[in-house]
Design a protein around this ligand. Structure first.
Ligand code: SF4
Ligand code: MSK
Length: 671
């Protein structure tokens, strides 16, 4: 039977993507969307019921009570598959953090080209958390000691890593009692792999307890280290005007797209692209300069710090090349599709790999070293400029949207009270009064098996209408940005009355862009600060807050889910469940799902669920928020109480005849 190929409108809700998907069809070029249509997932593997951990398998369990050749049950197989994914995601994030720590060490010792410590205040703030002296020392001396401390966390063998101490005190106590504080970041990941080797840990709950420890090594470990050091070296993000979608590509400039995750090279390419020598080189090639844009989380890194436009999220990597306007796509690590090289052969685009960890057959490799960073960045740009003359027919969708990213937790703290009395008090008060019903972190990837951006935006829009403040990272943030929800008052007509009052009063968009996927640790810090501010309980699990990943696809997303649950959050993933089993055929196949929901909730107050129906996801989010509000003794959410103050109220009053205005203000007209 012929497979159903979806229309461009069914594959993405983004008009720019739809236009490029039509172009792909016209040119006979495949994309992740068409490949997803042509290759339905294996229903046994997708449900987590396939084990290929040893040469006696692969074992596919499709019948009630069936086991693998070694006797492994479906629960054991699902638990092992899940922890392996969490370990891989934690490894990716943490290895990113390790490289950032090495870069900090090299910068502190003058061994790099082009870098400097940009945010000394953040350096001091982080150093003081670990009792590293700052008085009378140069930033380089402090950075050197901090880098050594952070580097030691990865290979530490015994004891406790230190980053977890930034969590609320009560949370730390739970982790201590459960014995899940990571000993060393690498050790937990290695142990996850050891435990799941053939013939090792076979108790599903015991395996999954280590998944929590592995996730903690990421969230309160490698990822938090990555975020800290990125801010120290490149600046803590603050709101800045940017643009997103394919319309940011320029038909008269050399288009260079940076894609991946680590900001070390992309920040240097930003600097090199503004170098007069490079601009002149581009002019001599007949272009009006170099137009730098980003894809995925590298895009987020340079968007939130320098306002460099984002060409799009995960599924835009192929679509940007389909415009025919990209001279070079420069990639480092994570979320880079191997299909890029074959796709680029239809155009003139060069795919340039730069990391010692990532090579793609057919791509050009230019090795990046911190010691020659600026020189390497310029060499990459010259390669792109030299390629401009090879450009063929170009079709750039005229679709772009402005956005304001850059809401780091430090900036949120500042914006709520200014430098005079920066604090989370106004946010907590708004939640306590009910103007803000709760907070949702909507994060994660795109997945070509669902319609690009549809689930992200359906959930985001529904929650905003219910006065839920939304914070976002990664590709989800770019999905909302394309809709205009990250642009101050432009999105306010789509939000509930209480949230609107808060956004108008503080002057913020209803959706706060908090960074890349490694920056989900900023959300952990916000939740911790909300707890420490008071009035919303004494631990993260008491907050009326939920984490959602409606279009997840990467193992990193599962690692994020694990550390958020361990931190006390209710986390829901959309799309299909990797541990769904086949309930109609196997009565015991939902026990892993039950354990990571009810079992983890009993221990950590947070739970992980896979919810395919977005309406169900929205309903569960609101139910959870309302349940937490009730437990805190907060007033029941009532939208009818709000929406009559703030700027809008002032405008309404101004428009009234004097008599009515006086009545509205004083309850009675003045004489
Ligand atoms: Fe099969 Fe057991 Fe080997 Fe897995 S570990 S492939 S279930 S024999
Ligand atoms: S890039 S992990 S697709 S968010 Fe961070 Fe996007 Fe997911 Fe990659």
């Amino acid at each position: 039977m012929a497979r159903k190929m979806r229309t461009p409108e069914e594959r993405s809700v983004d008009p720019a993507a739809q236009q490029m998907l039509i172009r792909a069809d016209e040119l006979g070029i495949g994309t992740a969307f068409s490949r997803a249509d042509a290759m339905p997932p294996c229903n046994i593997g997708a449900a987590g019921m396939c084990c290929k951990l040893c040469g006696m398998g692969p074992c596919r369990l499709t019948k009630d009570g069936q086991t693998g050749v070694c006797g492994a049950t479906i629960d054991t197989i699902q638990a092992r598959n899940l922890i392996r994914a969490i370990a891989a995601g934690s490894a990716a994030h943490s290895d990113h953090g390790r490289d950032m720590a090495f870069t900090l060490k090299a910068v502190a010792n003058g061994e790099t080209e082009g870098y400097r410590i940009k945010d000394v205040a953040k350096l001091h703030m982080v150093a003081e958390k670990y009792d590293i002296a700052t008085d009378g020392r140069t930033p380089e001396e402090v950075a050197d000691e901090l880098a050594d401390l952070y580097i030691s966390q990865f290979g530490q063998q015994r004891g406790e890593t230190i980053v977890y101490k930034r969590a609320p005190a009560k949370r730390q106590k739970i982790w201590k009692e459960q014995g899940v504080i990571p000993r060393g970041l690498d050790r937990e990941i290695v142990e996850a792999l050891h435990r799941t080797h053939m013939g090792d840990d076979q108790d599903p709950e015991h395996i999954l307890n280590h998944a929590i420890r592995t996730g903690l090594a990421d969230g309160w470990g490698g990822s938090m280290i990555a975020t800290d050091i990125s801010d120290i070296l490149f600046g803590t993000p603050a709101p800045i005007l940017g643009q997103t979608n394919l319309g940011v590509l320029k038909d008269d400039m050399v288009n260079v797209v940076v894609h991946g995750h680590e900001p070390t090279l992309s920040q240097m390419i930003v600097a090199a692209s503004q170098d007069p020598e490079i601009i002149e080189y581009a002019r001599q090639a007949g272009a009006n300069g170099v137009n730098l844009t980003g894809i995925c989380c590298t895009a987020n890194e340079i968007l939130m710090r320098q306002g460099i436009p984002a060409a799009g999220n995960f599924l835009h990597q192929e679509l940007s090349i389909l415009t025919g306007s990209v001279e070079a796509m420069v990639v480092d690590v994570q979320c880079i599709m191997q299909a890029l090289v074959g796709l680029a052969e239809n155009f003139h685009t060069k795919i340039i790999t730069t990391s010692s960890k990532v090579r793609i057959t057919g791509a050009t490799h230019i090795q990046f070293h911190e010691g020659s960073a600026l020189t390497t960045a310029k060499a990459i740009l010259r390669e792109a400029i030299d390629n401009y003359k090879n450009r063929g027919q170009v079709e750039i969708p005229d679709v772009r949207e402005a956005l304001v990213p850059g809401f780091s937790h430090e900036y949120i703290n500042y914006m709520l009270g200014g430098s005079y009395r920066a604090s989370f008090r106004p946010l907590n008060d708004a939640i306590m009064s009910g103007r803000i019903r709760g907070v949702a972190a909507i994060v994660g990837c795109n997945n070509p098996r669902s319609s690009q951006d549809y689930l992200h935006n359906k959930v985001t829009k529904a929650l905003l209408k219910q006065d839920v403040l939304v914070v976002q990272t990664g590709c989800g943030a770019i999905a909302a940005a394309k809709l205009g929800l990250l642009l101050g008052e432009a999105g306010l007509d789509q939000v509930g009355p209480g949230l609107r009052e808060i956004c108008e009063t503080i002057g913020i968009p209803p959706v706060l862009h908090m960074g890349s996927c490694v920056d989900n640790t900023r959300i952990l810090t916000v939740l911790t600060q909300m707890v420490e501010e008071g009035g919303l309980g004494d631990d993260i699990d008491q907050l009326p807050a939920v984490g959602l990943a409606p279009e997840w696809m990467s193992e990193k997303a599962l690692a994020i889910g694990a550390y958020c649950v361990a931190s006390g959050a209710y986390v829901m993933f959309g799309g299909s469940s990797p541990i769904s089993g086949m309930p109609d055929r196997m009565s015991d196949s939902d026990s892993v799902a039950r354990y990571i929901s009810e079992g983890w909730e009993a221990i950590y107050g947070g739970k992980l669920e896979f919810v395919e129906d977005p309406d169900d996801m929205i309903r569960r989010t609101l139910d959870h928020i309302d349940k937490k509000r009730a437990a805190l003794g907060l007033p029941e959410y009532d939208p009818n109480r709000w929406g009559r103050s703030g700027d809008r109220r002032m405008l309404e009053l101004e428009a009234m005849p004097l008599f009515e205005r006086q009545q509205a203000i004083y309850g009675v007209a003045a004489d």
